[in-house]
Design a protein around this ligand. Structure first.
Ligand code: GLC
Length: 566
């Protein structure tokens, strides 16, 4: 397998609004990020993915961009950005930008021009359609509630918006649009940025004919579903690669909902000339999928393991995985797979980040930051949570109390509360009033306290990340084969990574109860041999007691450990 820096990297997502506020306005900013670069370096990550920092009216917190070449004033200036890039590079930290080009803000100059008249030279930059029988062209619904079509009184047509009505979809079939996007990408790459995370990139190619789709719980069919993996997607990604990506030494990851391993191999296959890797969603949808995001189903561990194992094995050797459970759109894994305890945070991280693929961490997970105790709908900022509540209670399909429980569990706002730097007012995030309340557990869950505690989640993350990137086992842990063990065990996640004579056995008890396991029964020949070699060995890394390996052993609640053979 070809070795490259981005396979050996560890990415950390920064949600700038909630990361660190340097000027007391309650909103994180670029100078605030610069202040924390040493902390990030010390953590052991080497790529920082910045959620959008561009000019935006913030209908969807920056995912609605009004100027791709300007910095959001609340976050700072272009000079601040240039300094951030320089300071990061000075510490060998790379910067990956969010590329949001499925849609722009309705306040972007292109859209302003496009909506000015049917004859506008930019009319065709967006997707305009005539009404059908006096109503919207199709039954498509937007991701944030309501129709995906917005009526424009002035020009007498509808425009398509798969997200909010302030996020009109660009028309990628128009070569001018693609040229503009590539130019803009070069603008950032020529500044020296190191990669792009591409927002909902597999939605850019729309179907040639727009037709009604199957309606879900409400009256609408999910527009995202209708436009995912469209007919010209690969043509566009290959063109983008030829024109832009291939000319720089960068890393790319496409956010690709609705994608299975076969589709992933087309977008991120080694020989495809498209992207380096994708974010797939199958594993994070197992406790209530896209169709039913607001279900509150517990995660079934054997199902989760089988799913992750499928991705590991089906991409091995011909594409590359991203590994993640947290980001700005997901509730906190420690509250979802864990029980909010530091022990559960450590166990989850161990089994997650020693799989094959590039790890993507999200700010605060390294502290064990948890979901927020949300109550009423007025506690939320997120357009998705508020939109879902309005739509589902309005149509009578859900009871408000029960729906609020599900939203509290799944809302994206869980990830967006301010970073907990210390136990002081504003959690050290701001000296002013934070734009979103700080999680009340900041007095114990915070970076300063964890810095001083050798058993903290933060200290464990530092060890784990160094183990993956700096130990003699580095190549094994990055490039080795993956083999799931104890597939049916409802409590324990266990697997082997193997390369030549070397093997790592990774084991984590993902429950709050003691659990006895036995590896020996029925193990295949090669595995038996590895288990024999491991017998009596002390773990190379462990989150609990340092127990010697035995094929039959009892794990403490949330205990995780890694043993190395060869
Ligand atoms: C992606 C982003 C999400 C945003 C949406 C629309 O899923 O991660 O935060 O709301 O795209 O841009």
């Amino acid at each position: 397998m070809k070795k490259t820096w981005w396979k050996e990297s560890i990415v950390y997502e920064i949600y700038p609004r909630s990361f660190n506020d340097s000027d007391g306005d309650g909103i994180g900013d670029l100078k605030g990020i610069i202040e924390k670069l040493d902390y990030l370096k010390e953590l052991g990550v080497n790529v920082l993915w910045l959620a959008p920092v561009y000019a935006s009216p913030n209908d969807d917190n920056g995912y609605d961009i009004s100027d791709y070449r300007a910095i959001m004033p609340e976050f700072g200036t272009m000079a601040d950005f240039d300094r951030l890039l320089e300071e990061a590079h000075g510490r060998s930290l790379k910067i990956m930008m969010d590329l949001v080009v499925n849609h722009t803000s309705d306040e972007h100059a292109w859209f302003q021009e496009s909506r000015s008249s049917r004859e506008s030279e930019k009319r065709d930059y967006y997707i305009w359609r005539d009404p059908v029988d006096g109503h919207a062209p199709t039954n498509w619904g937007s991701a944030f509630g309501g129709s995906a079509w917005e009526w424009d009184e002035k020009t007498g047509q509808y425009y398509l918006h798969c997200f909010s009505k302030k996020q009109p979809d660009l028309n990628w079939d128009n070569p001018e649009v693609r040229r503009e996007v590539y130019d803009m990408m070069r603008f950032w790459l020529d500044k020296g940025i190191d990669g792009f995370r591409m927002d909902v990139i597999n939605m850019i190619s729309k179907p040639p004919v727009f037709a009604d789709g199957p309606a879900g719980a409400g009256q609408y069919c999910d527009a995202g579903y209708m436009v995912t993996n469209g007919p010209r997607l690969h043509e566009y990604l290959q063109e983008m690669n030829r024109e832009v990506l291939s000319r720089y030494d960068i890393m790319t990851v496409g956010e690709c909902g609705g994608t299975d391993p076969a589709a992933a191999r087309l977008i991120a296959g080694t020989d495809r000339g498209e992207l380096n890797m994708i974010f797939q969603f199958e594993h994070v949808n197992l406790d209530g999928g896209i169709a039913d995001k607001w279900a509150h189903k517990p995660m079934d561990l054997p199902l989760l393991k089988a799913n992750l194992c499928k991705w590991q094995q089906e991409l091995h050797g011909n594409a590359w995985n991203s590994i993640y459970f947290n980001n700005h759109d997901q509730p906190r894994a420690v509250s979802r797979l864990g029980d909010n305890s530091p022990e559960s945070a450590k166990a989850i991280a161990t089994v997650l980040y020693l799989m094959e693929g590039t790890p993507y961490l999200y700010q605060g997970e390294e502290l064990g930051m948890t979901n927020y105790p949300f109550r009423g709908i007025e506690d939320y900022h997120d357009i998705e949570s508020v939109g879902a509540f309005r739509q589902l209670t309005g149509s009578g399909s859900r009871e408000p109390e029960e729906l609020l429980d599900a939203i509290a569990y799944k809302s994206r706002d869980n990830a967006r509360t301010p970073m907990q730097w210390n136990g002081g007012a504003g959690a050290g995030f701001t000296e002013g009033t934070p734009w979103m309340p700080v999680n009340p557990n900041y007095t114990s869950v915070n970076a300063a306290a964890e810095e001083a505690d050798p058993d903290s989640v933060l200290q464990y993350y530092r060890k784990l990340l160094r183990f993956r990137t700096k130990s003699p086992e580095k190549d094994l842990l990055v490039y080795g084969d993956f083999q799931l063990l104890l597939a049916d065990d409802p409590a324990v996640f266990a697997y082997l990574r193997t390369e030549g004579q070397k093997a790592a056995l990774v084991v984590g008890n993902l429950t709050a109860e003691e659990r006895t396991i036995g590896f020996s029964a029925g193990s295949a020949h090669g595995i038996q041999e590895i288990l024999t070699k491991l017998a009596g060995k002390l773990p190379a890394l462990s989150s609990g007691s340092k127990k010697a390996f035995a094929s039959d052993m009892t794990l403490e609640p949330w205990e995780a450990a890694v043993w190395i053979a060869g």
